[in-house]
Design a protein around this ligand. Sequence first.
Ligand SMILES: [Cu+2]
Length: 280
Amino acid sequence: MKWIVIFMGVCSATAMNAQDTLWIVPGTFIQGNDTMPALRAETQASWTGFNAVIDREANTDASIVVFNADSVAHTWSTNAPDAENVTLPAGATVNVELPSLPQGSYQYFLNDEQGKILGAGGLLRIGWSTETLFYWNLREWQPSMMELSAAGEAIDWSLPYVPRHFTINERSYPSTGDDPNAYVAVNLNDTCYISISNFGHMNHVLHFHGFHVDIISATDHPERVGWNKDTVPIRKGESLTVRLVAFQAGMYPVHNHNLIAVTNAGFYPGGMITTINVMP
Ligand SMILES: [Cu+2]
C-alpha cells in the first residue's frame, strides 16, 4: 500500500507544479522608493518575494505541508466552498488538508489581518496538466498600512485605502514582462489558459486588447462560465480561469481598467499591465 502511495506521488510530480511544502517567510518588498515589510508563501525556506502556486488534481483530496517561519501565528484558508481556517503556530510545521475540488482556479491565503495585508498567498490550480498555463496573482500594496500591521497594530478599515503599488505576481509593469507566468507568450493558433486571482482589498477589472477570452471557471460568479468577453471583473477574493485562443499574431496589452491600478507610486504607466505576445 505504501508503495502505491509513493508511486502516485512521483506521478503527480511529473504533472505541473506539485509543490508539497510551502514556507511562510517574512521579508522586505521593495517597489520604487518604497520598502515594505511583507510575507510570502515561498517554495523554499529563504525569501524570494514571490508567492508559490499549488497544483493539484481535480476531485481528489490532497494536502500540503506548511512551515510558518514567521515569529507570529497565522491562519491558513482558501476560497474553496466551506473552506476552514487552519492555525499555523509560529515556527510550526502543519499538514494542511486541501479540499477535493472541480477543475478551476482557486486561491490559498493567510486569513489573519497581518497575513492578508503583508501578502502571503497564491493560486491553487486544480485539474490542469498538459495545457499551456499562465497565472496572474493580483494585489495592491499600501506601505503605511503594511508598516502598521507588521508592528502588530490593528488596521482601521474605515480610513481611506490608497495603495501605491499594484502588482501581477508581485511585479508591476514594466517588470511584468520579465515573468514568464505573467507575460503571455504563445504561438499563433495556440490555446492557453490563464488562472487569475484577486488577493487584494479592492475589486479589479482587466481589459484584454486583441482578444475576447472565454470564462472557464469563476469562484464567485459561476453564472459567468461560458461568457466570452474582452473585459473581465474579478471581485476581491475571487479566482477565475480564462481561455485565450491566439487567432492573430502580434503584441497586445492587458491592463487594469481602473486607471489608479496602472500606476507605480502615482506615475503612469505601471501597475497591473502585461502583454500577450502571439508569435507567427
Ligand atoms: Cu484597454
